[in-house]
Design a protein around this ligand. Structure first.
Ligand SMILES: [Zn+2]
Length: 179
């Protein structure tokens, strides 16, 4: 598969991921979606400011739902690969798994970071919660940053992960959501 093919499949699994969130909010919990904000590494799906009475566990389920669909796609494609032995199923499955796993990292603008924030807000005051979120985000972003530089030096054109890493560092440090 060429690089354009991988990019299109990556975009498809990113859309599957966001569909998981939208389906969970609107269909499972029957709550309105206020607006959808397109970011570099993710799409923020905002609910009503009042929170619409969503409980802690419901918010967690919403955060997990995107990656859950990616993992379902991964298992489906691995089963298809075992049946057909077509390498494209295997590679597409891995791409879906990578997107799901990446979004579960505890980095502030990703789903994993939002889950961590929800949990810490229950345990600590807002200042301590914000501080821990930023610290954990930076700890996880350091290896991602070095990996992205390594990938760029190896491929000489694969700068997409580096852009995402820089964006996530900026979001982790500057985002008003976490100040
Ligand atoms: Zn997500």
């Amino acid at each position: 598969m060429d690089h354009t093919g991988y990019a299109i499949i990556g975009l498809f699994f990113a859309l599957i991921h966001e569909f998981g969130h939208i389906f969970c909010i609107s269909v499972i919990f029957k709550k309105p979606i206020k607006n959808i904000h397109l970011g570099i590494s993710n799409i923020d799906i905002y609910q009503c400011e009042c929170g619409c009475g969503l409980k802690f566990f419901q918010n967690i389920v919403i955060m997990i739902s995107g990656s859950f669909l990616n993992f379902v796609a991964f298992f489906t494609l691995i089963v298809m690969y075992n049946l057909t032995k077509k390498a494209c199923h295997y590679h597409a499955g891995l791409q879906s798994f990578a997107i799901g796993l990446f979004n579960m990292l505890p980095i502030s603008s990703l789903d994993g970071g939002k889950i961590l924030k929800l949990y810490l807000d229950k345990k600590f005051d807002i200042c301590k919660s914000n501080f821990i979120c930023k610290l954990v985000s930076i700890i996880f972003l350091i290896p991602i940053f070095f990996l992205s530089v390594y990938l760029l030096t190896r491929s000489r054109y694969n700068f997409s992960l580096l852009i995402i890493a820089i964006y996530l560092v900026y979001e982790a440090i500057m985002s008003k959501k976490f100040i």
